[in-house]
Structures are given as C-alpha cells and as structure tokens.
Design a protein around this ligand. Structure first.
Ligand SMILES: Cc1ncc(COP(=O)(O)O)c(C=O)c1O
Length: 386
C-alpha cells in the first residue's frame, strides 16, 4: 500500500555498520563524518542571544535578509562568488536540504543525473526522489579520485539534465582541479545541463589556501547552483543549517518548495550561521590544520601496513585506502575488522559500485583514537595476506 516510488531508494549503507555498533563503547568508531570539535563558543553565544532577543518566529522562506547578506559577504570572501542576497541566496536545512530542493527544481521524471561514484550516499536518492535516473561517474584512484571532464563526456546523453559535483569528495577526499572544473562547466554549457556543486568540504582543501570554486565561473552562472553547509566548516552538524546560491529563477523555485516542506530552517540556527560567517575565521583555520595533521598521521600509519595502498587525499576528513589485496569484499572485510579488531570502518561499496575494493576511514577523531586504530589494523591485517 505504500508509494512505489520509494522502492528504488536505498537506505544509507553506513547505517548497516552504525546499527551494529550502537551502544557499544568498546569500539573505535571511524565511521561517521562528524568533526570531533565543539561548535565554536561565539556561534553558540549568538544562538543564545537570538533566543533572548526574540528571533523565534517564522522568517522569510529564504531566511532572514541579514543572514543572507552575511552569506553574500562570505561567498565573495571565500568563494569568489558574487550573489545578490535578495534573489540569489537562500538558507536551507543543512547542505542536504539544498541538494534535495535543487534536484526537485531541476530534474524531470526520466532525466539523467550524473553523480560521483564513489560519492556521498544521498546524491543518488535525491535524484530518484525527483524522478531522475542516477548515472554514476567513476572517480579513479589513478587521479587520486579527482574528477576529470574526459570521464564525464562519454556519459552525457540527450537526457542528461544535471551533474552533481563534490570536491573535496566524500568518501575519497579527492579534489577536482580548477582546469577540470572549467572543462566541466564548458561541457554543461555545450550540452545544456545544470551543475549542482556540493561544497560541504569547501574549507577542508589541503592543496591550496585559495581553492577555486566552479560557482565563480561567470559565463556558466545560469547553469550552476552551489550548495554550502555549516555542518563541517563550523562543527555544526546538529544545527541543520546550510545555504544555496545560484541563478535567481532556480533559487526562487527552491524557496517556493521550501515553504511547503519546512517553511525555512530554524530561525535560531540562521542567526548562529550569520555569526559563524561574519565572526572570526580562526576556528576554521585551526580545524583545517588539525585535520591536515591527522590526515598525515593516518596516511603514514596505513601506508606502512602491507597490502594497504593509498595516496594522501587532497581534502575533506576521510581516507579511502585500496584494500583489494586482502581478497575480501569491502563489506566482509569491514565486518571482520569489527569482530577481530573492534575498529569500525565503512565498506567502500556503500558509496557506489566503484567503491568496491576500498574502505572509508573518517579521521575527524582524536589522534589517540587514530593511533589505536592503526595499531590494531597493523597487527591484524597482515594475517589476512598469509
Ligand atoms: C558530501 C556531502 N554533502 C552533503 C552533506 C550533508 O551535510 P549537511 O549536514 O549540511 O546536510 C554531507 C554530510 O556528510 C556530505 O558528506
């Protein structure tokens, strides 16, 4: 009796692992993409002040105008994106809220949506919820999981309506270079499709201090929606706040739909987000530096284990080592590691067929936990090679 359209939507396979370890405190949990930092105090203070000052009512469906103005400043400062806060920016319920709305606005039933594979577990389901057909675009270890325009080109058909980009990428940490982003924007203009840039890890790029953002390409402005999230950048995963920017006609329809779903993200979270972007950015720099150091620690430890292969990823807070030498499916290996070492990882196939042969390890945890996990893995894994 339930609606059939949901049958094609898979529950996140990360839950398979999560459900096995819930309530167990003997596990070194490296599964969830949750920074171990607390939300910075000045952001928390802004939220408390917002409550005291009565910012507790419905707001504009796109969010408070002063919050959008703050986001416009941030887009200029961090992303080189010029956006009108009145017509081209909206606040969303996390990046996730923006990603779904963008799909609903852009995708007609039967349209093809190109998604990175391996990629974030919700990209496919968002396309399906909009009636679209997800088409996986392979990310390859040989390019350290950076996307290349030449890998997309053969997959473009007259049904291609949208391409989802995510750089730095979850689960691989792969970063797509500026020259490839420019070529991908050219493809979108030439073949008449849209791009949704999922910028969840925009601040965690270790390759450069001034990353290039596809949303800053003026000529492709009409084709690109950029989705930002406060979850990772400001350690605000529970606040459910994000922002979307793009052409006026797309943001207008996304705002119209948002009215009928959540009306707007929580007023208090909007005020916290405003304080986050206009306040001091040292907290972001410190988190980036800390993640970079932890990346180096985990890459060094894992690379020294026989059978594990990986190059240092360019961003995010995940590593995605090749574990095919152990001769097990990634899910079976993850289950074995859970049993034998009490280290919880996510199987690469949870992120798409192309993720088979890999595991995702989130290193946004303490150095102590990373060191314990490495010690357990280096004791156990070589036994599987014998
Ligand atoms: C690539 C990517 N996009 C979007 C999201 C969703 O983030 P938010 O908490 O802002 O909804 C995540 C969360 O893990 C992510 O990894």
């Amino acid at each position: 009796m339930l609606a059939s359209r949901n049958q094609a939507i898979q529950a996140s396979q990360i839950r398979l692992i999560f459900n096995k370890i819930v309530g167990r405190n003997d596990i070194i949990n490296l599964t969830a993409g949750i920074p171990d930092f607390d939300t910075p105090p000045h952001i928390i203070e802004a939220a408390k002040r917002a409550i005291d000052e009565g910012y507790t009512r419905y707001t504009h469906n796109a969010g408070y105008i002063e919050t959008r103005e703050a986001v416009a400043q941030k887009l200029k400062r961090d992303n080189n994106i010029d956006a009108d806060p009145v017509t081209e920016i909206m606040m969303t319920a996390g990046g996730m809220g923006g990603l779904l709305l963008a799909n609903l606005v852009l995708v007609n039933p039967g349209d093809e949506v190109l998604i990175p594979d391996p990629g974030f577990v919700s990209h496919g389901p968002h396309a399906v919820m909009a009636g679209g057909v997800p088409i996986p675009v392979p990310l390859n270890k040989e390019n350290n999981f950076g996307l290349r325009a030449e890998d997309i080109e053969p997959l473009i058909t007259d049904k291609t309506k949208l391409m989802i980009l995510n750089s730095p990428n979850n689960p691989t940490g792969g970063v797509t270079e500026e020259k490839e982003l420019r070529k991908i924007a050219d493809l979108a203009m030439e073949h008449d499709f849209y791009i949704v840039a999922d910028e969840a890890y925009e601040q965690f790029n270790f390759l450069t201090d001034r990353p290039f953002f596809i949303g800053s390409i003026e000529e492709a402005h009409d084709r690109i929606v950029s989705i930002f999230s406060f979850s990772k950048t400001y350690a605000m995963t529970g606040w459910r706040i994000g922002a979307a920017t793009g052409p006026e006609e797309i943001i207008a329809v996304m705002t119209k739909l948002q009215e009928h779903v959540i009306a707007m993200p929580t007023s208090i979270a909007q005020k916290a987000a405003e304080a986050a972007v206009i306040g001091p950015q040292d907290c972001v720099r410190e988190m980036r530096e800390s993640f970079r150091q932890r990346r180096d620690l985990i890459v060094k430890g894992l690379s020294a284990i026989d059978g594990v292969e990986l190059d240092p990823p360019g961003g995010a807070f995940y590593v995605f080592p090749d574990i095919s030498a152990f001769g097990l499916k990634s899910y079976d290996l993850v289950m074995k590691l859970l049993e034998e070492t009490r280290v919880a990882l996510v199987h690469g196939s949870a992120f798409g067929a192309n993720g088979e042969g890999y595991v995702r390890i989130c290193y946004a945890v303490s150095r102590d936990r990373i060191e314990k996990a490495i010690a357990a893995l280096e004791t156990f894994l070589p036994k599987l090679l014998r």
